[in-house]
Design a protein around this ligand. Structure first.
Ligand code: NIG
Ligand code: FE
Length: 413
């Protein structure tokens, strides 16, 4: 049999095969581990993934010896703010003085300072800057990701960001799912007029739909930004327009966005640090995926992290993401998020791998395409400089990736 690529001498292969659909609660233990494995790729797809002694005899154009190391699916990052102008290193000193994140925003900094820089940047400059961050994400093993607008807060700039995301998806190796986050903050020109601003963003949503620039709609439900009722109304209208929806909920103050997300049928509710008991119960009862962002909690210098254990024990589906953005989480390193998930969220290695593969893929509507190494799927793989799957959440602060394979093509060798 002819093939394009064969990965041999794999010490541990995490296929992530197992139960179908999103993995809730106990199902997050499944990782589909195969020891002494082989993967065969043809026409960008996996045609065999299994034990070496069951592998077909193939004549492959490229053979990679994995030297007994770990191979997993390409990672999926289901929450990023990839496209933005400028950076916010000047906020570090304010943080050290104890100025809270929402206070910086209230004074016109934070998200609003990135809005200014993003409005000023031309489309080419935004594309170049986002490309730099995207390449770095790929080098950390991320082959599929979500990316949001939300640093425009006006029609021109929101559409500009969304066009950049579309172009990145078309020109770069990673698959990128786009989210319209026009409701990310209230811009200075609408201060005190949140209703009028949301009406404006709803008008723009129709253009986003016409131009097919986003799959998801998201909103920042938080003190001083948008209330639970405003968010409910906005997301309900987004669903009526045919979008799938997500929400930034209960990140800083526990407002009850988690419950609302489950009630409106959000595909995911993200952050959830302050989710109530009732919210956690609802996550277990519905299909809304809890996307947890421990890097953000760490970087906001908080002591309390999201209650991942209670969520999983209540049968919720948990996914993990970088929340890559210039304010609350300036990192492209999803492996660091794995370490934080182990220590601060007390998630097991098996739960963590589900959180950045199968469940992350479902959180961005790609559950059928990404997150598993099984026959018929696109060949998105990571070969690690790690002896086993426990090692990556354990050894922190460095990049363990040896090689990334995207749609059968070898990158970073
Ligand atoms: O997910 N909280 C709102 N949005 C981002 C932060 C954006 C920023 O600070 O620029 C978040 O944390
Ligand atoms: Fe975010």
């Amino acid at each position: 049999m002819k093939a394009d690529l064969i990965l041999k001498n794999i010490g541990q292969l995490l296929t992530m095969d197992g139960s179908e659909g999103v993995r809730k609660g106990e199902a997050m233990k499944e990782v589909g581990l195969i020891e002494d494995a082989v993967v065969v790729v043809k026409d960008e797809k996996i045609i065999f993934a299994g034990e070496a002694n069951e592998a077909p005899t193939v004549d492959a154009s490229e053979v990679i010896d994995c030297n007994g190391k770990l191979v997993t699916p390409g990672l999926v990052d289901p929450h990023t703010h990839l496209v933005f102008g400028g950076s916010r290193e000047h906020e570090l000193a304010l943080k050290q003085q104890g100025v809270p994140y929402l206070e910086i925003l209230k004074q016109g900094g934070g998200i609003l300072s990135t809005v200014q820089a993003t409005r000023e940047a031309d489309e080419e400059a935004l594309y170049e800057k986002a490309s730099f961050h995207l390449e770095r994400m790929l080098s950390y093993g991320i082959t599929t990701m979500e990316a949001k607008s939300g640093y425009g807060l006006d029609a021109d700039t929101e559409l500009k960001q969304l066009r950049v995301i579309k172009r990145l998806n078309e020109t770069k190796e990673a698959d990128i799912v786009s989210t319209y986050l026009g409701a990310h903050a209230i811009p200075n020109e609408y201060k005190g007029r949140s209703k009028e601003f949301l009406d404006e963003m709803l008008n723009l949503m129709e253009t986003v739909k016409e131009q097919n620039l986003a799959k998801f709609v998201d909103i920042f439900c938080e003190t001083g930004v948008f209330t639970v009722e405003e968010s409910r109304e906005y997301l309900t209208k987004a669903r009526e327009m045919g979008f799938d929806v997500k929400i930034h909920a209960d990140e800083i103050d526990p407002l009850g966005g988690t419950e609302m997300a489950c009630e409106v049928g959000a595909v995911s509710a993200d952050h959830l640090v302050g989710a109530s008991e009732e919210g956690i119960r609802k996550l277990g009862e519905t299909d809304t995926i809890a996307v947890l962002l421990p890097g953000t909690t760490f970087y906001l210098n908080k002591n309390e992290f999201a209650k991942a254990r209670e969520m999983i024990e209540s049968n919720a589906a948990v996914a993990l993401a970088t929340d890559f953005n210039p304010g609350s989480s300036p990192t492209e390193n999803l492996q660091l998020i794995m370490n934080l998930a182990a220590l601060k969220l007390r998630m097991t290695p098996e739960e963590i791998w589900n959180g950045i593969t199968v469940n992350a893929a479902y959180a961005i509507g790609c559950g059928d395409q990404a997150g598993k190494v099984v026959e018929g799927r696109k060949a998105d793989l990571v070969i690690w400089d790690a002896p086993n799957y426990l090692y990556v959440p354990y050894h922190y602060g460095v990049n363990h990736v040896r090689t990334v394979i995207k749609s059968g093509k070898t990158l970073f060798e």
